[in-house]
Design a protein around this ligand. Structure first.
Ligand code: NAD
Length: 329
């Protein structure tokens, strides 16, 4: 029986870990805490650990893992920007991510688009206050809108397929064009997408080329009143530029599932704390901005995929020295 140490484990993951531990004959040690140089000591005796994405993993942690004999990290997340790849290489630790069901994020993005277009935040908050008036909550019909998808990959292409049922005009900007999408959307340049869209939804990974992709200069090019959806990575949008765009009426609504510097806030109960995150406070205060705490990934199918793929990857690393999900710099 192989030992695996699972960090950042949530209660809803336990039954899944137990199921896959039986399948792969694993002895799993559960640690609630994030992986740090200090908690790395808990992995002594294991070659493999699995983590989520709530804390950066840098050279101090890689050194501590190497010192206790860990060789592999199986991320239970798709994003891997929290891993210092150079440090991983320097300490000889290999890692993989997971490619869980893209429908989870695509469905959530579709929901946020509909909620923003129909002003759902204002409707719901008014009903809570017994305000049943309709003034100011008029929405728009999807079939009258042009939706611009930035990054029509695994998730973005399903957003396109979801939205094709509403009869809206679909355009996309991507560095790679997929033949299977040509019947339902038109590929355009990023500038054309910014100029033509009523809704812009971002589904590109966070790279140097996509860092602050939505910035002041690009917000200046969008139509007045555009709805901006980010279910990808917070740092793809310059949050202060978005706030200024909303204040100026350039952006008419936003659905934000991911936010710059969300770590330590999203996925935690911080009800009694004074939060050190002014952009979040401002965005939450806007009646036309819906903030969700990085929850697009969270239906049962995706959570099961995350646990199963991360453990499959670790077993494969340990038994064969290879994993189909390995991230190589
Ligand atoms: P993917 O790699 O399948 O698709 C990304 C697409 O973006 C590709 O088609 C690629 O060609 C395109 N692209 C890359 N760089 C580009 C650029 N500079 N300009 C235009 N297009 C570019 O990735 P995916 O599985 O669809 O995931 C997209 C992102 O969704 C992930 O990287 C992750 O950040 C995010 N995500 C968020 C959640 C959540 O809970 N909110 C969960 C999972 C994934």
């Amino acid at each position: 029986m192989r030992k695996v140490v699972a960090y950042e484990t949530r209660a809803d993951e336990f039954p899944l870990f137990q199921k896959f531990a039986r399948k792969f004959d694993l002895d799993i040690k559960y640690i609630d805490d994030v992986l740090t140089p200090e908690t790395a000591m808990e992995a002594k005796g294991a070659e493999a650990v699995t983590i989520l994405g709530n804390y950066p993993v840098g050279s101090g942690t890689f050194k501590a893992l190497r010192d206790v004999g860990v060789k592999y990290i199986g991320l239970r997340t798709a994003g891997n920007n929290h891993i210092d790849q150079e440090a991983a290489k320097a300490y000889g630790i290999r890692f993989s991510n997971v490619a869980y069901s893209p429908y989870c994020v695509a469905d959530f993005a579709t929901m946020l688009i509909l909620m923003c277009v129909r002003k759902a935040k204002q409707i719901l908050s008014r009903v809570e206050a017994q305000d049943f008036s309709v003034e100011g909550i008029q929405g728009r019909e999807m079939r009258n809108l042009t939706i611009g998808i930035i990054g029509a990959g695994r998730i973005g292409s399903i957003v396109a397929k979801n939205l094709s049922g509403f009869g809206c005009n679909l355009i996309a900007h991507d560095t790679v064009e997929r033949d299977e999408l040509r019947g339902i959307l038109k590929y355009v340049s990023l500038d054309e997408l910014l100029e033509e869209s009523d809704v812009i939804t971002i589904h590109t990974p966070l790279f140097e080329s996509t860092y602050h992709m939505i910035n002041q200069e690009r917000i200046a090019k969008i139509k007045d009143g555009v709805c901006i959806i980010n279910c990808s990575r917070g740092a793809e949008v310059d949050t202060y530029a978005l706030i200024a765009g909303i204040e100026a009426g350039k952006a008419g609504a936003a659905g934000i599932d991911v936010l710059e510097d969300e770590e330590g806030i999203f996925h935690y109960d911080r009800r009694t704390d004074i939060l050190d995150h002014r952009q979040l406070a401002i965005l939450r205060s806007f009646p036309n901005v819906i903030v969700t705490p990085h929850t697009a990934f969270y239906p049962n199918q995706a959570v099961s995929d995350m646990a199963e793929m991360a453990l499959t990857s670790l077993v494969s690393f340990v038994e064969t020295g290879k994993s189909r999900w390995e991230i190589k710099s």
